[in-house]
Design a protein around this ligand. Sequence first.
Ligand code: TMP
Length: 209
Amino acid sequence: MFITLEGIEGSGKTTQIDRIVKLLNQKEIPHLTTREPGGTPIGAKIRSILLDPENRDLVPVTELMLYAADRAQHLETCVKPALDAGKTVICDRYYDATTVYQGFARGLDLNLIAQLHSLCCKNLMPDITFLLDLPPEIGLKRAWKQIDNGNRSASETRFEKETLTFHRKVREGYLQLAQNEPERFFVIDAAQKARHVSEKVIETLSLML
Ligand code: TMP
């Protein structure tokens, strides 16, 4: 099973992934947790370029290609081998993030993004996607608190520094994707306390395992 988590900055994906891992451990289900960008050694180098706030002049097409390169490497060397070995893969962000950030928010052609997905990933899609939804005002406040606390790296803040309008487009884009594919997406109100979000995630996932 291929599970992905999506959401704007500060939506609490990491906390929910930890909770999913606890459930899989309890049920003795073999699994792998990973993330995009940066789920492989080469991807970690690509991630540092993509998220470095100094890289203000990264043009949208370069950004798109770097996410696609990270994903191609990640799928071939990490995700597919794990799925082939019968493991459940839990991935922090995947292709939907490209559709939303580079497509809806940056304005790149959605057909071009879909073509890249077909080229890089043979259209592999998750079985289930949790969309942790909340207003960007709340998400960004949380994200900056973590950065200020030192719980998130200040060297990875290129997207946190984007405008509120950009983050609103991201949120709306995700909600639109969820509306288009209601059988794959589970939208959870992530403005509530983390433990309430976990209850919903675990309840949904338990029915599928
Ligand atoms: P995160 O690891 O904290 O989620 O940060 C990854 C950032 O990269 C986040 O701001 C979303 C962005 N992103 C894209 O713009 N496109 C993508 O395809 C992916 C996977 C992430």
